[in-house]
Design a protein around this ligand. Structure first.
Ligand SMILES: Nc1ncnc2c1ncn2[C@@H]1O[C@H](COP(=O)(O)OP(=O)(O)OP(=O)(O)O)[C@@H](O)[C@H]1O
Ligand SMILES: [Mg+2]
Length: 297
């Protein structure tokens, strides 16, 4: 129950990438994605894990991928370890619940961010210029206020250790082509709207979120994770009060702790107190329970 996973080292499978959270293994035209219990804040991985976090994220993503299939195909092949290739079998116990076998894609070089509320880097930018990613917003918005319509605010995809940079739609179009940019914008907005509506009924506001898309055999598909507390801002609806930062089900709690101890946000990250870890885990679990009605062991 208290077992946790910081990192995997599967000797006979080729490691493709170790992200901040996921260890990604190469299986030819497929990928084994393992969500560890690592947690990052300000793009730096913490030295401590949040037990079961990788399982929670995987279950939330699987849940949404299914729901969004009618809007956009996704990369999931299976999350049933018994259906994984033979080389994965020795690691079945570690993989169960926290991994997916997915289609290998060529990821688009942008992050598809959608904002339904004004917060985070969007709020900072709005305060300076009245704009977010080149989109002019109405005057007088308060921090965390709901936008009249969700907006598409893409960002670059930077390597480990660097922060993604917000870009305009035109800059995104320069990177991936105008047609493709229009397509991922429309898909991102549709998926966000459907997810936000669903979550709202469960008492969760999805303030903003990030999607990634990739190309597999000329087909555009959703990849990575979707609508999780790592890729989104989740706020409890019952406590929503625009005019400042919100209580949240996501990493904001950890960020607030790190700000309170004046950490300079550069590696190495400080070790986390037990309470910060258990409270963070409880928030992730609560999000899973509210959305899917499930729990994970
Ligand atoms: N189907 C796929 N094909 C190719 N790459 C994928 C696929 N799904 C996810 N990825 C990539 O695998 C990595 C997942 O690792 P992780 O989520 O830990 O990354 P990360 O460090 O959080 O980076 P990011 O913040 O960009 O998500 C990401 O680089 C993601 O783009
Ligand atoms: Mg990621």
């Amino acid at each position: 129950m208290n077992q946790t996973l910081f990192k995997t080292e599967f000797e006979n499978i080729q490691l493709l990438k170790r992200g901040k959270v996921r260890d990604v293994y190469d299986l030819g035209d497929r990928i084994l994605m393992v969500a560890t219990d690592r947690i990052s804040a300000f793009d730096v991985v913490m030295p401590d894990t949040v037990p079961r976090k990788g399982k929670i994220l995987t279950q939330i993503s699987l849940f949404w991928f299914k729901i969004m299939e009618s809007i956009c195909p996704n990369h999931v092949i299976t999350s049933n370890v018994e259906e994984y290739p033979e080389v994965c079998k020795p690691y079945g116990e570690i993989l169960d619940g926290r991994s997916m076998l997915v289609k290998k894609t060529n990821p688009l070089p942008i992050e598809c961010v959608v904002r339904g509320y004004i917060s985070g880097s969007g709020w900072k930018s709005y305060q300076k210029s009245g704009q977010v990613c080149g989109i002019q917003l109405q005057q007088g918005l308060k921090e965390s206020e709901k936008l009249p319509e969700p907006i598409f605010t893409p960002s670059t995809k930077e390597e480990l250790g660097l922060h993604d940079i917000n870009i305009s739609f035109d800059e995104a179009a320069e990177k991936i082509g105008k047609k493709m940019a229009e397509r991922v914008k429309d898909l991102s907005l549709s998926i966000y709207k459907k997810g936000a509506e669903f979550a709202d009924e469960k008492g969760i506001i999805i303030a903003d979120t990030k999607f990634e898309f990739g190309m597999a055999n000329n087909e555009l598909i959703l990849i990575d994770e979707i609508l999780t507390p790592d890729s989104s801002r989740f706020w409890p609806k019952s406590e929503y009060k625009p005019g400042g930062p919100q209580k949240s089900f996501d990493k904001q709690y950890l960020r607030d702790y790190l700000i309170s101890i004046n950490w300079n946000q550069k590696p190495p990250a400080p070790s986390l107190p037990e309470k910060v870890i258990t409270d963070t885990r409880d928030k992730y679990l609560e999000a899973l329970k509210r959305l899917t009605g499930k729990n994970v062991l």
